[in-house]
Design a binder for this molecule. Structure first.
Ligand code: PMP
Ligand code: GLU
Length: 393
């Protein structure tokens, strides 16, 4: 018996794999500093937890609307209006099992088998794999600018073909933390309009914005809003990673197509999680906002520590909670076959007990990514261990 071809076309998730390895080592009593998975170390806001208890007491445990609870879709619409100055009605919002499913839904609804999707480097590790699972082709765009890797219209122009149907745009970026200015977004959005491309705008780190003002492609104007599918969710902003709530905001036609498909796949996410998300959005804004200052402080600290490392540079993050660090200067001191970053991350975990994600997972093999979702104490200890490791190479 043979497995389907599509199973060999996708890689297992690097981020999830390394996180699991680090957790296994911890269970064996090894003191690992885990910089791998981008998972907030905060807990779910208390009020949201109580909503779960309430939902169970009220027996909210039956099948419900595929597109998501109306109270939650209204809460998302309210959030988009009040925080992002975007007008979406509840009919234009679909609640899914995490942003991962929202991304897959959006691609399945808009892109045909064999069509191409532009994916700028560095990209979140799951994008190319989700695209392949949908039967489409990820076209990896390598921006000219190597300072912060912001993609420009000129870059896109080099990779576009008649088969290109979508641009995958992630702002702030996982893994670089790069943030695009309003003018840069406007130019890219207008180009997508000229070339008749969908814009999949992954805004899951939209609340982790340390500099400037937030701006979505959907804010550019009505025609751009029509071709933009916003992806967001509760994993990062409300520390609800395991509760699996994501959503799309799109035009009504796309929303209906997504709902039609989701009705055959997962129906809807667990109602308990949906009630929690509603409360997190409507009643926990201040608590969630206060977490931002913690991340901002940690960012300052980690950059200050990284500045002490010899022959190491990084992409300066303005948002999200990651730093992409360039260890390329150490390439000739690590034995590797196909991938330097993979060998580097393995050796670092084995010898220094520090878990990072190899840059190859994001399309940049000279780099490794750290997530500063750990305590200040662990941040300092982790970078110190990296320093000792590099000195011993
Ligand atoms: N988009 C980006 C850029 C991410 O980093 C992640 C990782 N959590 C996701 C989407 C998926 O998030 P989730 O499925 O947990 O909502
Ligand atoms: N998105 C996070 C990361 O990049 C969590 C793990 C995952 O789902 O990939 O680390």
């Amino acid at each position: 018996m043979k497995l389907a071809e599509r199973t060999s076309q996708v890689q297992p998730s690097f981020t999830i794999g390394i996180n699991a390895k680090a957790n296994d080592m911890r269970e064996q009593g090894i003191k690992v500093i885990n910089f791998s998975a981008g998972e907030p170390d905060f807990t779910v806001p208390e009020k949201a937890k109580r909503a779960a208890v309430w939902a169970l007491d009220e027996n909210k445990t039956k099948y419900d609307k595929v597109s998501g609870l109306i109270v939650l879709r209204n809460a998302v619409a309210k959030k988009l209006k009040e925080e992002n100055n975007l007008d979406y009605s509840a009919e234009e919002i679909i609640i899914s099992n995490g942003a991962k499913q929202a991304i897959m839904n959006a691609i399945l609804a808009t892109v045909n088998t064999g069509d191409e999707i532009l994916v700028p480097v560095p990209y979140w590790t799951s994008y190319p794999e989700i695209i392949r699972l949908c039967g489409a082709i990820p076209v990896i765009v390598r921006p000219e600018d190597k300072v912060d890797y912001k993609v420009t219209v000129e870059d896109l122009e080099m990779y576009i073909t008649p088969k290109t149907k979508m641009l995958l745009f992630n702002n702030p970026s996982n893994p670089s933390g790069t943030i695009y200015e309003k003018e840069e977004i406007e130019k890219i959005a207008r180009y997508c309009q000229e070339k008749d491309l969908w814009i999949l705008s992954d805004e899951i780190y939209e609340r982790f914005f340390f500099e400037g003002e937030y701006f979505s492609p959907a804010n550019v104007g009505e025609e751009i809003r029509e071709r933009t599918i916003i992806i967001n969710g509760m994993s990062k902003s409300a520390a609800m990673t395991g509760l699996r709530i994501g959503y799309t905001a799109s035009n009504v036609e796309v929303a209906e197509a997504i709902s039609k498909m989701q009705g055959h796949l997962t129906s809807h996410p667990a109602l308990v999680s949906q009630y929690m998300a509603e409360v997190a959005l409507n009643e926990c804004r201040e608590e969630i906002a206060s977490q931002l200052s913690v991340y901002k402080k940690r960012r300052g600290l980690v950059l200050q520590e990284l500045d002490k490392l010899k022959d190491v540079t990084y992409l300066k993050p303005s948002g999200a909670f990651y730093v992409m660090i360039n260890f390329g200067a150490y390439k000739d001191r690590i034995k590797f076959d196909k991938s330097f970053s993979l060998a580097f991350a393995d050796k670092l975990l084995e010898e220094a007990k520090v878990a990072v994600v190899p840059g190859i997972a994001f399309g940049l093999d000279d780099f490794a990514r750290i997530a500063y979702t750990v305590s200040e104490e662990d941040l300092i200890e982790g970078v110190k261990r990296i320093n000792d490791f590099l000195s011993a190479l």
